[in-house]
Write a protein that binds this ligand. Structure first.
Ligand code: ZN
Length: 61
């Protein structure tokens, strides 16, 4: 299993964190990640090409 950590900022509080992406889960994924600092839900959309992240969005749901 190949994994890829991607760093981003929380759209609620601006905290920097990283999320582990499942690169074998498909080329376009969306999921909800709870901020480690403010605990609010972040809606993440990620587009992968092979093992590279080509698009990453962290939005308030
Ligand atoms: Zn936050």
């Amino acid at each position: 299993m190949i994994e890829n950590d991607h760093e981003f900022s929380c759209p609620h509080c601006g905290a920097e964190m990283s999320v582990r992406l499942d690169v074998v889960g498909g080329s376009k994924q969306s999921f909800v990640y709870d901020c480690e600092v403010c605990c609010r839900p972040i809606h993440i959309t990620v587009v992968l090409e092979g093992h590279d992240v080509t698009d990453f969005q962290a939005e308030i749901e």
